[in-house]
Design a protein around this ligand. Structure first.
Ligand code: ZN
Length: 472
C-alpha cells in the first residue's frame, strides 16, 4: 500500500511521511490515565485526537494494533518522582483501597471514552499486571550499567547516555524547565539532577499499600518503566508511533526512550505524536486549577459529549485550544444543524461512484496533511453542498464518520443493526441480572456486572426509560 500520511514527529521536530516498520501494519502506543480521579476534559482532548489518528490510519487501510497502559501504581504528583503518590492520595480522599480506586476510575475513564466515541485500544494493561516484567527490565539496566542503587531505591543514570534530551537536542535546560513543577524538591540520592526512579524500596511513603518482592527489597515501580515494558511486551522491540499529551514529552517520554533504548540496544520508536493543551483564558486547564471539568459535568449542564468531540476536531492537535462555555455553545448549535442536515438527506438512486471516490480522496488528503481535522470537517460541509444525489452524500457522511465518530447518521437509525443478535441477547441477560441484584440491594454484584460488561466494551447508562447500552 501507498504511504500517504504526513505527520509531525516531535523527535525530529519536522513533518514527515509516516512509514511503518512493516508494510501496512502499525504498532501504536498511548500513555493511559493515572486512575486516581475522573479524567479532565483537557486530558480527554489528547485521547480524542489519538483516536482520530488511529481511525485515520485504519481508514487509510493500515492494520493497527494499539496498546494502552493504565497507571495504577507509582505515579507521583510531580512527574519527576517527588510529591505524593497519586493513587494513595485518591484512596485516602475516598477512604478506599488503592485497588478499589483503580477499578472505579478505570471504569469511569472508559465510560467517558465511550461517550466521546473513543475506541477502546486493542490491548489495555494495568501497570500492576506487569511487575515481573518491570523487575526484569530494571535488572537488565543494572547489569548493563545504566542504573544504580542508592538509598534503597534504583535510579536510571542519565549521564550514561550521549543524548538523554532527545526531544530538544542537547538543550537540557529547556526540557528541565518544562519538567519543573511547583512542588519539586531535590532527591539527595540522585547522582544527576535528571536521573529518575526505576524502583522504590525506601521512600517517604511508609503507608504505600501496594508492594512487591524484588531483588532490591519490598517495593514498587517508578512511573516511567511501565510504558517501556508494556509497550515492548505487546508491540515488540520496534514501535511505530507513540502518543501522548505535550506535557508527557518531558520527563515521561524522554525517560521512556532512555530506558527502552538502553535495554534494547537500538532505536525503539520512530514517530512521536503529541497533542497540545486545552486552555482557558488563564492558561492550561487541569484537575487542580479552576473548575474540575469532566464529561459528566458537561452532561449535567446539558451538553452532548460529542459536541465536545466536535469542538476538539475543529482545531489542529498541535495548537493550544481555548475552552469556554460560549465556544461550546456555538459548537453545540453547529453540531445540531449538521446532524439535522444529514438526517434530512433523502437517499434515492445509486451512489455516484466517481464522485464518492473523489470526495473520499479529498477527505483523506486533509487528514494526511498532519491530521488536519478542521480541513476534514470543511470537506464534509462542502460535500453536503456539492452537486450530487443524496444517496452519495449519505454514503460519504457515513464513510467520513468512521474517522470523525460524531454519530452523524444517528438521526435516522438507532445503531442496533450493527450489533449481532448473540451479543445482544447476552447483554440483555446481564442487564436483567444486574437489575435483580440491585433490587436485592446487592450493589457489589450490580457493579461487578457493569465492570464485566465495560471490560468487553459494553457501556450501560441508567436512564429514566430504563437501562440503555452501547458497544464502543
Ligand atoms: Zn507513558
Amino acid at each position: 500500500m501507498e504511504n500517504r500520511l504526513k505527520i509531525y514527529n516531535s523527535l525530529t521536530r519536522k513533518e514527515e511521511l509516516f512509514v511503518p516498520n512493516e508494510e501496512g501494519k502499525v504498532g501504536m502506543y498511548t500513555c493511559g490515565p493515572t486512575v486516581y480521579h475522573y479524567a479532565h476534559i483537557g486530558n480527554l482532548r489528547s485521547y480524542i485526537m489519538e483516536d482520530l489518528l488511529e481511525k485515520t490510519l485504519r481508514y487509510l487501510g493500515y492494520d493497527v494494533r494499539r496498546v494502552m497502559n493504565i497507571t495504577d501504581v507509582g505515579h507521583l504528583s510531580s512527574d519527576a518522582d517527588t510529591g505524593e503518590d497519586k493513587m494513595l492520595k485518591g484512596a485516602k480522599r475516598e477512604h478506599k483501597t488503592v485497588m478499589e480506586i483503580a477499578r472505579f476510575y478505570t471504569q469511569a475513564f472508559f465510560e467517558d471514552c465511550g461517550k466521546l466515541n473513543i475506541k477502546r485500544p486493542d490491548v489495555v494493561e494495568p501497570a500492576t499486571n506487569c511487575i515481573r516484567e518491570f523487575i526484569h527490565m530494571i535488572t537488565v539496566l543494572l547489569e548493563k550499567g545504566y542504573a544504580y542503587e542508592m538509598g534503597g531505591n534504583i535510579y536510571f543514570d542519565t549521564s550514561r547516555l550521549e543524548n538523554y534530551h532527545v526531544f530538544s537536542g542537547q538543550d537540557s535546560d529547556m526540557e528541565l524547565l518544562v519538567g519543573v513543577r511547583d512542588d519539586v524538591e531535590e532527591d539527595a540520592n540522585k547522582k544527576n539532577k535528571s536521573d529518575f526512579v526505576l524502583w522504590f524500596t525506601k521512600s517517604k511513603f511508609e503507608d504505600q499499600e501496594l508492594k512487591w518482592e524484588s531483588p532490591w527489597g519490598l517495593g514498587y515501580p517508578g512511573w516511567h518503566i511501565e510504558c517501556s515494558c508494556i509497550g515492548i511486551k505487546h508491540l515488540g522491540e520496534y514501535m511505530d508511533i507513540h502518543c501522548g499529551g505535550v506535557d508527557n514529552i518531558f520527563p515521561h517520554h524522554t525517560n521512556e526512550i532512555a530506558q527502552s533504548e538502553s535495554y534494547l540496544g537500538h532505536k525503539w520508536c520512530n514517530y512521536w505524536f503529541h497533542v497540545h493543551h486545552l486552555n482557558d483564558k488563564a492558561g492550561k486547564m487541569s484537575k487542580s486549577k479552576g473548575d474540575f471539568l469532566t464529561v459528566s459535568l458537561l452532561e449535567s449542564k446539558g451538553y452532548d459529549p460529542l459536541a465536545y468531540r466536535l469542538f476538539c476536531l475543529q482545531s489542529h492537535y498541535r495548537k493550544p485550544l481555548e475552552f469556554s462555555y460560549e465556544n461550546l455553545d456555538n459548537v453545540t448549535s453547529a453540531y445540531r444543524k449538521l446532524r439535522r442536515r444529514i438526517g434530512e438527506l433523502t437517499p434515492e438512486g445509486e451512489v455516484e461512484q466517481e464522485k464518492f471516490a473523489d470526495w473520499k480522496k479529498r477527505f483523506e488528503d486533509a487528514l494526511c496533511d498532519d491530521l488536519n481535522s478542521s480541513m476534514a470537517l470543511t470537506v464534509l460541509y462542502e460535500m453536503l453542498k456539492a452537486d450530487m444525489n443524496d444517496s452519495t452524500k449519505r454514503a460519504l457522511a457515513e464513510s467520513f464518520d468512521q474517522v470523525l465518530s460524531l454519530d452523524l447518521l444517528a438521526g435516522e437509525a438507532d445503531g442496533a443493526d450493527t450489533v449481532d443478535g448473540e451479543l445482544e441477547a447476552y447483554v440483555l441477560s446481564r442487564i436483567e441480572e444486574r437489575a435483580a441484584a440491585k433490587k436485592n440491594r446487592d450493589f457489589a454484584m450490580a457493579d461487578a456486572i457493569r465492570s464485566e460488561l465495560a471490560e468487553k466494551g459494553i457501556l450501560l447508562e441508567d436512564t429514566r426509560e430504563g437501562v440503555k447500552w452501547k458497544k464502543v
